[in-house]
Design a protein around this ligand. Structure first.
Ligand SMILES: [Zn+2]
Length: 115
């Protein structure tokens, strides 16, 4: 897929901005997770429940950061915007919503992912 250099620059800037936001989210999650469990037991139980949620959120954010890094690598390699499963172009509309998407909508749906 041929992209103008300025378009590639814009996509890269968008990906990096998204990555920075995810990094901030992970930092915030860590700060929440570090809260000491020195409350009464009911509060502790709630905290432990929160930690499970928090670690799921963190895993998701870390995965998204990895996806963005992979997208930037594909941008450098000139394969950005091409579905890794079928080799067809991923629609521009989809890339706007999910800049790190590696699959076209059809393949993502076949894989049972929402998006
Ligand atoms: Zn595909």
């Amino acid at each position: 897929m041929d992209r103008a250099p300025e378009e590639t620059t814009e996509i890269r800037a968008r990906l990096l901005a998204h990555k920075a936001e995810l990094r901030r989210r992970v930092t915030t999650i860590h700060e929440h997770a570090r809260n000491p469990l020195d409350q009464d037991s009911a509060e502790q139980a709630a905290q432990i429940g929160n930690i499970a949620v928090v670690s799921a959120l963190e895993t998701e954010a870390v995965q998204q950061i990895a996806d963005i890094d992979a997208a930037i690598q594909r941008l450098d390699a000139g394969t950005y915007g091409i579905c890794v499963s079928c080799g067809e172009a991923i629609g521009e509309g989809r890339l706007k919503v999910r800049p790190a998407a590696t699959q076209c909508r059809d393949c993502a749906e076949l894989d049972g992912r929402r998006g």
